[in-house]
Write a new protein. Structure first.
Length: 282
């Protein structure tokens, strides 16, 4: 599936980017400008059972760094600086830290450790992390002081409010266990679930205990055309490919991510840092 996706992107990326913006200027823009033109997307999400003292709690969402060979550490440093400038209360990283080599994490993780939030930074792994070497990626993150939530969770005290942050193993190639992840959930605490692939929201929303799922994986498709949307999407990100959705009674937000896979182009699909503001819905 991945090789098919990349071949299709390569063919369509060159042809359609060129036809939209001109054969030379268009491809240069998609390959050299937009992949490093960061966007900060801002969204406000109401959560039931969120205590009013937590109104305005802000989360910085990032994912899909895919360090090397296309995404370089200088661009990640820029993204970290932009995220820190938002002064978030919490930072969450939704997987796919590497692309081809697991040991890239030892260059990436110390930079990610510069993220600064009052309630910390938490991560889950993605399919590429597992396809290279999940143990190496996890070790690199944890050595840098970045906890990985692998079918587990942590209760965050926010004034008089409690928010439960849970994280799952990768849904494509791992063994996600929602029941285990929610074992320590305080009663009536709104729960935020980190899950790399967004389309599993159809399943997770049926549990009823999850208020908000945060995901990545799609890259937004990397190439999007007006009136059409993404040309190609990976498995498990074909339904909820970018932005905010309501799935049953659960919110879902899918970020377009920071990095790219090959071919390394973006069109109408800028890399994204998301600032999510939580408010009480009663």
């Amino acid at each position: 599936m991945q090789s098919t996706r990349r071949t299709f992107l390569k063919l369509l990326g060159g042809a359609l980017v060129g036809s939209c913006l001109g054969p030379l200027g268009g491809y240069a823009y998609a390959a050299r400008v937009e992949p490093t033109w960061l966007a900060v997307e801002r969204v406000t999400i109401p959560l039931k059972h969120l205590h009013s003292t937590a109104d305005g709690f802000r989360i910085a969402l990032m994912g899909d760094f895919h360090l090397h060979p296309f995404t370089q550490i200088a661009f990640v440093r820029e993204a970290i600086a932009r995220a820190n400038a938002l002064k978030p209360d919490l930072v969450v990283l939704v997987g796919d830290f590497v692309l081809q080599r697991a040991d890239s994490i030892f260059e990436l993780a110390p930079v990610l450790a510069q993220l600064n939030a009052k309630h910390g930074t938490f991560a889950v792994l993605g399919n590429h992390d597992l396809w290279t070497d999940a143990q190496v990626v996890r070790r690199g993150l944890e050595q840098a002081g970045l906890p990985v939530l692998d079918n587990t969770g942590v209760a965050l005290s926010i004034g008089r409010a409690t928010v439960y942050l849970a994280g799952l193993d990768d849904g494509w190639s791992g063994k996600p266990d929602l029941r285990r992840a929610l074992d320590k959930q305080p009663q009536d605490a709104p729960t935020i679930l980190l899950a790399h692939e967004p389309d599993f929201a159809d399943k997770y929303s049926q549990d009823g205990r999850v208020s908000l799922q945060l995901s990545g994986h799609s890259h937004g498709g990397q190439v999007r055309l007006p009136g059409i949307g993404a040309l190609v999407l990976p498995s498990f990100a074909e339904k909820y490919d970018q932005g905010l959705y309501q799935v049953n009674r659960m919110w879902l937000y899918t970020t377009r991510g920071i990095g790219v896979i090959g071919p390394p182009v973006r069109l109408n699909c800028r890399p994204e840092i998301t600032e999510i503001t939580l408010v009480s819905a009663g």
